[in-house]
Design a protein around this ligand. Structure first.
Ligand SMILES: *Cc1c(COP(=O)(O)O)cnc(C)c1O
Length: 546
């Protein structure tokens, strides 16, 4: 066998070293990109939070592991969950043989009279919460019979319509365009663009999708991240979960309840697609510093969504109604999108919201277009294909019926009532209760100074007086979203709150559903998130029990 020539040997050595070089380069590249990721994560979350997140994760997994090895503990946890499931079921699903269940189609169709009669029977048999007395936070925002009649008339006329076929239902197309135009004008962007959606969640999901696709097309971002205040609506996390976007949750200031701008600024990196601010937020009804967030967004050339889902038809009327208000709409530089729920303070039927963009160019990133579908060229603006034209007609009708003067009047009354509640909590419960931040609009959240008087227990006691309020966390508090129906019962609310606080102080039991759900966290320690997730899952399962 001939020995290798010098040339052959030289080739071996160089290919070998080229391979080694490539390996080294790839290795360094991988290490560097990982380091960049770690650095960005640390910048966004801070060292303490990162450590805390890791610690919680470790604890949870150690406990889950321990549970697997400790049958007695596991049985107890399983029994707790089973008990909670039964409680939920007994509350939601009518029990017993007396209840008629319709779980298969009737062999023959019923007469209309039978149907309405059966609905009446259901209401009587399984009961329903009274909402007309106004002891409910949010939920029903107008509730007047006159408006209901107008909406039902619009429903009837456009019952079968579908904006997917604008040639068949041209009036529905026109009404949808006009709803968007009216909202854009209210939010001071008449040259902007928008679409209607099925609700605030869809509006937010669409905005996140739009900014993601915009960032991918214009900046090549393939690992998108977004920066969201702790007080922003869960719909942003939901959107991020659907679209696989990394969320950095930013703390809010304890006193003002506005998102910490320094932290937001630190969290921005080349993968950031958008910032989020609320006007107003759901948990405590406060507003983020939209001007400062807009400035940051502009500086970094990223999107900025203002969530006015709840602020809807209240925020734009604060100024004309004479209430103090900080800038929140498209007049703020850097704001690229605003969501506004027509089905909240717009008094439209449920299933109606608007997502608005600074311009029509940005809106195009929301569309879905499939030019090669076997069913023909397919294009749709939002998540749904077919959509209810009746909801659009009902929304248009509500806006025409209430009008500028009607919304102005309801803003005066509703925000006036909310401010009265906040002022009376401050003056009459001084030293016991405090209001979170300085809420500018229709929602007031309050908590307890006294650790022995649990605010969730107060919420539980006041619920026995017929009130349906919302319990929130970080800090533990209760909120009330004032509606047109709440306005007349402000005095009753304050009186009932006095009684509830007294009762909670006299014999703190640490029990009750509002507390129990959160109390479970205290019992189960680090396991709480996984257990409450299981209970929430059971809750949704229960909704589908016939
Ligand atoms: C209600 C609300 C949403 C979501 O609205 P849905 O209509 O329930 O989907 C989003 N943000 C805020 C601040 C809200 O209050």
């Amino acid at each position: 066998m001939a020995s290798k020539s010098l040339k052959q040997r030289l080739e071996e050595v160089t290919t070998g070293s080229v391979l080694d070089h490539i390996k080294t380069v790839v290795f360094v590249y991988v290490v560097l990109t990982r380091l960049v990721k770690v650095e960005r994560h640390l910048r966004a979350r801070g060292i303490a939070t990162t450590f805390l997140e890791f610690w919680t994760w470790l604890n949870k997994n150690l406990l889950l592991f321990a549970l697997r090895c400790l049958p007695a503990q596991r049985k107890k946890a399983e029994a707790d969950i089973a008990k909670a499931k039964l409680t939920i079921e007994s509350k939601l699903v009518p029990q017993g043989e007396a209840v008629t269940r319709h779980t298969s189609l009737p062999a023959k169709g019923h007469y209309p009279e039978w149907i309405l009669n059966e609905m009446g029977k259901m209401d009587n048999e399984i009961g329903h919460a009274e909402w007309k007395h106004g002891k409910i936070s949010g939920a029903v925002y107008h509730g007047g019979d006159d408006l209901t009649k107008v909406i039902v008339a619009a429903f009837e006329r456009y019952c079968v319509s579908n904006p997917l076929h604008p040639d068949v239902f041209p009036a529905v197309r026109k009404m949808e365009a006009e709803i968007v135009a009216m909202c854009l004008r209210m939010y001071n962007n008449p040259t902007g663009a928008g679409v209607t959606t099925s609700g605030g969640t869809e509006s937010i999901i669409m905005s996140v999708k739009t900014h993601r696709d915009w960032a991918r097309a214009t900046k090549g971002i393939t690992e998108p991240e977004m920066i969201v205040p702790d007080t922003a609506h869960a719909a942003f996390d939901k959107a991020a979960a659907y679209f696989n976007i990394k969320v950095h949750t930013m703390p809010v200031d304890r006193a003002t309840r506005k998102v910490d701008l320094n932290r937001v600024s630190w969290a921005i990196n080349p993968n950031t697609i958008m910032l989020v601010g609320s006007a107003i937020n759901f948990p405590d009804g406060c507003q983020d510093d939209i001007v400062a967030l807009g400035k940051l967004a502009q500086k970094h050339h990223i999107g900025m969504h203002v969530d006015c889902c709840l602020g809807s038809f209240i925020m734009p009327f604060l100024e004309p109604a004479g209430f103090p208000v900080e800038p929140f709409d498209f007049r703020v530089d850097g704001v690229t999108a605003i969501s506004c729920d027509t089905h909240k303070y717009g008094f439209a039927p449920k299933g109606s919201s608007v997502i608005m963009y600074r311009n029509a160019e940005l809106r195009q990133y929301q569309y879905y277009v499939n030019p090669s579908w076997t069913g023909g060229l397919y294009a749709s603006p939002s998540i749904a294909g077919s959509r209810p034209g009746s909801i659009i007609a009902g929304t248009w009708a509500a806006m025409q019926y209430v009008g500028y003067d009607g919304y102005l009047k309801s803003c005066r009354e509703i925000v006036g009532a909310a401010k009265t509640i906040a002022a009376r909590i401050k003056s009459e419960f001084g030293g016991k209760l405090y209001v979170l931040g300085n809420p500018p609009a229709s929602v007031v959240a309050f908590s307890s100074y006294n650790p022995r008087c649990s605010i969730h227990e107060v919420g539980d006691i006041i619920s026995h007086k017929g009130w349906h309020l919302n319990g929130i966390v970080r800090p533990d508090a209760i909120h009330i979203a004032v509606t047109r129906l709440t306005v007349p019962v402000v005095d009753t609310f304050i009186a009932d709150l006095h009684d509830a606080v007294k009762e909670a102080e006299l014999n703190p039991s640490g029990k009750g559903t509002m507390v129990q759900l959160y109390g479970l966290g205290k019992v189960a320690g680090a396991l709480a998130p996984s257990i409450s997730s299981q209970i929430a899952t059971a809750f949704i399962d229960t909704l589908y029990k016939a």
